[in-house]
Design a protein around this ligand. Structure first.
Ligand SMILES: C[S@@+](CC[C@H](N)C(=O)[O-])C[C@H]1O[C@@H](n2cnc3c(N)ncnc32)[C@H](O)[C@@H]1O
Length: 272
């Protein structure tokens, strides 16, 4: 478990997030300088992205990470779950393209100038996402998330997909933190035993993107929150966050994850 440690030096108090490794040995996870650390409870909203995003104020978000529902026409154990109908919306490829242009227009409105947007995608839908995005944003890269193993699919008639696209676009001039990185991002998939959502993204990958494109206290939005990976990462990195998700099952998972992976893991933090 991580906790906050205060240390005095030259008459000043410094704050650190530390983890005990051995008896009397601590590993510093984060340094907060002389101000006491604050972490922000996320705003988790139940509803449709296209409706809820309209309630967010102009230029109030610093970073947007979207993992929209797409690409379910293949044979996996999750097929039934992903093709189920929730309310009036069917989670298939075409439905998302009816609402996505509105969502992207709203993303542009709520994103601060010089902010960034990342969209998880796949080679066969990327072009459709980028054609919507480029009406508003400056598209900078197609990042290649290379996974340690591959997805299911046509098991005998196509190559196994080990790579996913992440479209990176900006509003204004966005400067990446911590120097230049390449467009190949190697991160392991979430292991089968830990998988709470069929499209769950790894926390380490989200940590990487959030650190590259925001700073402590910034606000991160994910309006297709799923099991809440973006929000969990944002909370633990000291960012404010907003998550929108329409499925109750996943909203419950988000709340459980927040309890287990955020709130109870850190002692001595002031929550706002
Ligand atoms: C690809 S998954 C996101 C997975 C997430 N990145 C994670 O790590 O768990 C997309 C999610 O969007 C939700 N969704 C689909 N259409 C939506 C809509 N119009 N508004 C809000 N959520 C939606 C689905 O219920 C699903 O959980």
């Amino acid at each position: 478990m991580a906790f906050i440690r205060k240390q005095k030096s030259n008459g000043k108090e410094y704050y650190y997030l530390v983890e005990k490794t051995k008896k009397h040995k601590y590993k510093i996870l984060e340094s907060y300088g002389t101000s006491p650390p604050v972490k922000y409870k996320p705003q988790v909203i139940k509803g449709f992205a296209e409706a809820e995003i309209k309630k967010i104020l102009d230029e109030s978000v610093d970073l947007i990470i979207l993992d929209p529902p797409y690409g379910i026409n293949y044979d996996t154990n999750f097929r039934q779950e992903e093709s189920e109908t929730i309310g009036a919306i069917s989670l298939d490829n075409e439905k998302i393209f009816e609402t996505f242009p509105d969502v992207i227009r709203e993303c542009y409105r709520i994103l601060k100038n010089n902010g960034a947007i990342y969209i998880f995608s796949r080679w066969d839908v990327s072009e459709r996402f980028t054609s919507i995005l480029k009406k508003y944003f400056d598209i900078k890269n197609r990042l290649n998330w290379v996974k340690n193993n591959w997805s299911m699919g046509d098991l005998t008639g196509s190559y196994a997909m080990q790579c996913e696209d992440i479209i990176f676009a900006v509003k204004g001039r966005h400067i990446l933190n911590e120097g230049r990185a390449t467009d190949v991002l190697n991160f392991d998939r979430v292991g089968g035993n830990s998988l709470l959502h069929s499209h769950q993204k790894p926390i380490e990958l989200l940590n990487f993107l959030i650190k590259k494109s925001s700073k402590r206290g910034d606000c991160v939005l994910d309006c297709y929150a799923g099991s809440g990976s973006t929000i969990i990462s944002a909370v633990n990195l000291g960012r404010k966050s907003i998550g929108i998700e329409l499925n109750d099952k996943y909203l419950n998972i988000i709340n459980d994850r927040l309890e287990k992976e955020c709130y109870t893991k850190i002692k001595g933090i002031d929550w706002e």
